[in-house]
Design a protein around this ligand. Sequence first.
Ligand code: BES
Ligand code: ZN
Length: 463
Amino acid sequence: MQKVQAYIAEHKERFLHELLDWLRIPSISADPAYKADVQRMAEAVADKLRAAGADAVEVCTTEGHPIVYGEKIIGANLPTVLVYGHYDVQPPDPIDLWESGPFDPVIKPTDLHPQGAIFARGSCDDKGQVYMHVKAFEAMMACNALPCNVKFMIEGEEEVGSVNLGKYCEANKDKLACDVVLISDTSIIANDTPSITTGLRGLSYVEVEVTGPNRDLHSGVYGGAVANPINVLCQMIASLHDEDRHITIPGFYDDVEEISPAERAEMNKAPHNEDEYKAALGIDEVMGEKGYTTHERTSIRPTLDVNGIWGGYIGEGAKTVLPSKAYAKISMRLVPHQHPDKITELFTRYFKSIAPPSVKVVVKPHHGGFPVVTPTHTPEYQAAHKAMEATFGKAPLPSREGGSIPIVALFESVLGVKSVLMGFGLNSDAIHSPNEHFGVFNFYKGIETIPYFYENYAALKNS
Ligand code: BES
Ligand code: ZN
C-alpha cells in the first residue's frame, strides 16, 4: 500500500491535468446534438482504461449512447469488484450563469475548497469521480498491488435514466458477474466529516400537458370566459401540497417506510448548520414537510417538485394572449417501499381527477427508478469504512441521500449484487447547476482511498 500511495503522490499533478481533458468534452446525453461528443467521450474513457492496464476494453454500442467496459481478472478464486460510473453529463443551462465555460475547466479556490476546486460540468457528477477510479487502478497496476478482480462499466446515459444499461445488464449477466458494485457518484457530508451513502431515493418523473381552447386566443376578447390552461395548471399543481407541505395525492404515502424515532435521532446527529445552509442558497427560510428536519426532508421523505413549466408567450415584451396549452415536468422522489410505477399511476389518476371540465389533461410518464438502502454490516461497507478511516483519519458516518441512481436497484434485482456507495463530492458542489465543481482535495482523497477499499475488501472476503 505504501508503494501505491507513493505512486499516487508522485503522479497526482498529471492525474489532475488528464481529468481536465475529459472535462473539455461536452458529453451531454440529453441533447441529440451532442451525440458525436458523447461517442468521443466513451472512446476517451476506453483509452484511459486501456492505458491504466485494463484488458478486454470495449465501447459497446446500444440503442442510445455507448457503455464502456473493461476488466482485469487476476484469479478465478479472487473476489470481483464491478466499478460503475457515468461519463455523460447534464446540460449546462443556464449558460449565462457560469463564471467560466462549462467545458473549459478552471481550477480556483472556494470557501469550502481552499486547496482549489475544478469548475466544469461533470467535474463532480461524475467524470471526476470516475477518473479517481481509473487512476487508483493505474496506481495498483503499476505497483503490482491489485488484490482482486476488477470490472469497469462506465455508461453514457445515467443522466437520462439508464434505459439501455438495464437491457445491457440483462443481456450480459455472466460477463458482469461480480461480488459487489463500487460506485462513486454521491457525496460526503463535509471534507472533515467523511460519510458513506446508505440510501438513495427513487424517482417517478412525468410530463403533463393541459389543453384549453383549440388555439391561442386574444386575452381581452376571450379572457374571463374561457379556461386559461396556465392558470388551471398552476392551480392544479398548487393543490398537490397541503398547508403542511404533505403531498395530497391519495395513497401517495401508503407504502412509505416509517423510520423509528431512534434512527431519526441518529441521523440528525450528522453535522448540519441550518444558517449556513440558508446563507449558501440565498434563502431566508427553508420550506418542507411539517414535522421533519432539513436532512430528513432531503433523504427519508418523498417529495413532489415541478422541474419546469411553460406555455404561452415568453418572448420579448408583452403579448396579450390566452394560450391553448400549458406544460410542466414533475418529479417525485421516492423512499423505500414506494414503487415508481404505482406512484406514476396514482399521480396520473389524481391529476386527471382534479382537472376542471374546461381543460383536457395528458400525463406522459418518463423514466423512473427504485429507491435503495444499503446495509452496513457487509464486507463491502466495512471495507469502505476502514478505507475512509485510513485516509481521512476519521470514521465515516452512514448517510442517506436524496439523489437517485436508478440502476443500483437493478444491479440487485438483475445481477443479484449489492452496491457500496463511496462518493467524494460535496452537496454544495453545484451538480446539475451552473458552476459545478469538484474539490482537488476530494479528487485526490478518492484516488488515495479506493486502493484501501480493494485491499480491505479482498482481505475480508478471503477471511
Ligand atoms: N450523482 C447523481 C445522484 C446523486 C447526487 C446521488 C447526489 C446522491 C447525491 C446522479 O448523476 C443523478 O443526478 N441522478 C439523477 C437520476 C435521474 C436522471 C434518473 C437524479 O438524481 O436526478
Ligand atoms: Zn447527475
